[in-house]
Design a protein around this ligand. Structure first.
Ligand SMILES: Cc1cc2nc3c(=O)[nH]c(=O)nc-3n(C[C@H](O)[C@H](O)[C@H](O)COP(=O)(O)OP(=O)(O)OC[C@H]3O[C@@H](n4cnc5c(N)ncnc54)[C@H](O)[C@@H]3O)c2cc1C
Length: 261
């Protein structure tokens, strides 16, 4: 099986600060990590390769520093990794990101399965996987928590729903997004770490992939971030003291005052 796993580098903190002037994340001094859901995507890709043979290629669209993350994917079992990086890709929304990732997949030729995480922990839209499937004309299933079977150009997966599960049979090539219930990602092996140290991560540009410059980065984005801000929580806590009866009377009074009782 030829498998592509899409991984995004995200800030390894929940305390993200925003530049109010540019409406962008302040990334200085923040350690970047593999988007946690993408670790499960990679593990699943590596397990499928171990079962069926073939190759796992990790790809990421991002700045040059994402090479380190891609080297890490080699230590975790990916055979190859490619960084998609070009000034023209900057400012991409989810559509332009999906277009660029789909361009890389096309350049790779015959691919059976593309695995993404269910969503990123920064952008959080969960749009890139389904958009890519649409662009590649591939079958799509979201929230996959188990791959039950793959044979004769078909796959059967179990996907999580709000209340229960669905079993979906689809054709290959397919794009899936996976949840953390699908597996337990492995730790890097010593052999993998050694391999990753000497691994060469090619960088593919707009020109390398023959993409339309009008469809990538800010140029190709249908959406713009107009404003980004951290919500203010102005919750006030007030302790009510005294005997239980007094507490209840006092609480009821306050609820009535607020029109809540
Ligand atoms: C309206 C809007 C405007 C934006 N404008 C800007 C902007 O001006 N500048 C800017 O820098 N960012 C911008 N972003 C953020 C940028 O679009 C997203 O970071 C990017 O498109 C991925 O979307 P996401 O993080 O929501 O990923 P999701 O769709 O939540 O990710 C799902 C999965 O897709 C894969 N994936 C996602 N992104 C990548 C990637 N880069 N490489 C490899 N795999 C990936 C991963 O497997 C991931 O688990 C904008 C986002 C929105 C919603």
């Amino acid at each position: 099986m030829n498998i592509v796993v899409c991984l995004k580098q995200v800030p390894g903190t929940t305390e993200v600060k925003i530049n109010p002037e540019t409406n962008t994340l302040i990334r200085q001094g923040i350690k970047n990590i593999i988007n946690p859901f993408d670790s499960y995507a990679l593990e699943e890709g590596v397990r499928l390769k171990e079962k069926f043979g073939g190759k796992v290629t990790a790809i990421s669209m991002g700045p040059a520093q994402a090479v380190d993350m891609l080297k890490e994917t080699i230590s975790l079992g990916a055979d190859e990794a490619v960084l998609l990086s070009d000034r023209a890709f900057a400012g991409a929304d989810t559509w332009a990101t999906a277009y660029t990732l789909a361009g890389a997949v096309r350049k790779m030729g015959q691919i059976d399965l593309i695995i993404c995480g269910r969503q990123s922990t920064d952008g959080d839209t969960a749009q890139v996987g389904p958009e890519m499937a649409e662009m590649l004309g591939a079958a799509f299933t979201a929230y996959v928590c188990q791959i039950e079977e793959i044979s004769a150009g078909q796959m059967r997966v179990k996907r999580m729903m709000d209340e229960g599960y669905e079993i979906i049979q689809s054709t290959l090539p397919a794009v899936i997004t996976v949840t953390k219930e699908i597996n337990i990602p492995r730790l890097p092996s010593l052999r993998g770490v050694m391999k990753s140290k000497s691994a060469k991560i090619p960088i593919w540009t707009l020109q390398d992939m023959g993409l339309d410059p009008k469809k990538v980065g800010l140029n190709g984005s249908f959406t713009r971030v107009v404003k980004i801000f951290t919500p203010q929580h102005d919750k006030k806590a007030e302790m009510i003291h005294g005997e239980p009866e007094i507490q209840v009377t006092c609480l009821l009074g306050k609820l009535r005052e607020g029109g809540l009782a």
